[in-house]
Design a protein around this ligand. Sequence first.
Ligand SMILES: C=C(O[C@@H]1C=C(C(=O)O)C=C[C@H]1O)C(=O)O
Length: 109
Amino acid sequence: MTDSDASRLPPELARLRASIDNIDAALIHLLAERFKCTQQVGALKAERGMPPADPGREAQQIARLRALADEAGLDPQFAEKFLNFIVAEVIHHHEAIAAGDPPAPRTGT
Ligand SMILES: C=C(O[C@@H]1C=C(C(=O)O)C=C[C@H]1O)C(=O)O
């Protein structure tokens, strides 16, 4: 059985899914903006010969986001895992930029 036919859904479930879709869209836009910033950071670091990763900065971010998550009712361990997942991708980009092989710029629509 599938419940993908929206017209058959209980209205409360349809309403909640509409909000989830809006939140997911916001997350994608926020991530796109974050990666635009981190690409510029990667270029600045490469120009100055700085290492791609900054573990001290990451430790500060983790502490801050764990506290924010706790206040917001989100599992701090999940917040840390989520940040680490994003930062690992950023560092991968920074390594590529430093090696002269940056990720292809994405123009958006
Ligand atoms: C963006 C930076 O580079 C790396 C990525 C980070 C991030 O995505 O927040 C944080 C620290 C660095 O390991 C930075 O140094 O600010």
